[in-house]
Design a protein around this ligand. Structure first.
Ligand code: SF4
Length: 348
């Protein structure tokens, strides 16, 4: 483990309290936090997330982001650890560090990052920098170290996150990240606690902070049979996603096909008809940009103008196909399309 001084904590006579995520762990000497990647050492809080276990190039569509710089390649990093303990996590060998021996290797292979060298590498490939697979919130210090250099070099920084962060930390991080795709599993707090071990409301609070600050937001939801696939569950969540941009319904929503994995093996893969029905419900609730990467045909991946319904972007699986948007506008009806289209940002 490569321990480095952390930010985001308070210290008083009662000890040290971490202020990064809503668990608000309190540390006595030698304690490790609920996330297993922050620890107290003397008067310091330390983090093990200034290193990465992953470093490879991917299409931004794979994160997924569909309305933020389509076709961009992103140099993807992942420090070990997560604040959640989802039993279906496909990335548990990274995320469940400290909770599952299978993740021990994630820390063993984690390599410290030289921010300047990383940004030069990304810039040389005209790529962005992404944090994915594990929880980027836990790599906030690393993000804040890289971001000033990245910003100066024109390299965007994106997160694929669970959004479980305190409003104060979210507000501070807003200046360092350009876009975030947030996983929301359900609109029901009890179900959310059962699946992840964490309350739901702080995620909506963080989304509100980031939306106000102008961070580009997309939402992802895995549709898990017998967990969140009832029409009522989907409708409630669709209404909440539609409300992110004051009920204009322009926030992209990615519906993900569940596959049995890790400890969640007693449910089948999501049936394509369930995904189709979910799309219909979401569109009925006013969401204009609802996507299914796989399981449906290419209509699930393509983008259609919310005004005239012309096809304005096509995609292959995890890759951009044709991009017909002209300076952020529909080429047919000239309606502004919400997103960040390399040269121009259009508000959702
Ligand atoms: S980031 Fe880790 S140490 Fe800090 S409050 Fe959350 S779980 Fe606890």
């Amino acid at each position: 483990m490569h321990w480095q001084p952390a930010k985001f904590y308070t210290q008083n006579a009662n000890g040290i309290t971490c202020t990064l995520c809503p668990f608000a762990c309190r540390f006595a000497e030698g304690d490790t936090g609920h996330c297993h990647v922050r620890r107290r050492r003397g008067h310091l809080l330390e983090t093990a997330t200034m290193a990465t276990s992953v470093r490879h190039l991917h299409a931004i569509e794979r994160k997924p982001f569909y309305h933020f710089m389509p076709g961009l390649q992103v140099l993807t990093l992942a420090a070990p650890g997560c604040t959640f303990r989802c039993s279906y996590c496909q990335n548990y060998r990274l995320s469940q560090f400290g909770r599952d021996q299978a993740a021990a290797m994630a820390a063993a292979i984690a390599t410290p990052i030289d921010p300047a060298e990383l940004v030069v590498e990304a810039q040389s490939m005209a790529a962005g920098i992404a944090f994915s697979y594990s929880e980027p919130v836990l790599a906030s210090e690393l993000t804040m170290t890289i971001a000033p250099l990245a910003k100066a070099a024109g390299v965007p920084i994106i997160w694929k996150s669970n959004g479980f962060i305190t409003p104060q930390a979210a507000a501070e991080l807003a200046a360092y990240i350009d876009a975030v795709n947030i996983d929301i599993k359900t609109a029901d707090d009890d179900d959310h606690r059962r699946l992840t071990g964490a309350p739901l409301q702080p995620i909506w609070d963080a989304i509100a902070v980031w939306a106000r600050a102008g961070v580009w937001i997309e939402i992802s939801t895995p549709l898990i049979p017998d967990f969140n696939t009832s029409p009522a569950s989907i409708r409630t969540l669709a209404q909440a996603v539609a409300a992110i941009d004051n009920r204009r319904g322009h926030t992209p929503w990615h519906l993900l096909r569940f596959h049995p994995d890790y400890r969640y093996t007693d449910a089948p893969p999501t049936h394509p008809q369930t995904l189709r029905t979910a799309c219909d419900i979401a569109e009925h609730e006013g969401l204009a940009y609802v996507y299914v990467e796989r399981a449906l045909d290419d209509r699930g991946r393509n983008t259609y103008c919310h005004h005239c319904h012309s096809e304005i972007m096509t995609r292959d699986i995890w890759a951009l196909g044709q991009q017909r948007i002209e300076d952020g506008h529909c080429p047919s009806c000239r309606t502004p399309i919400p997103g960040h289209w390399r040269r121009q940002r259009i508000e959702p």
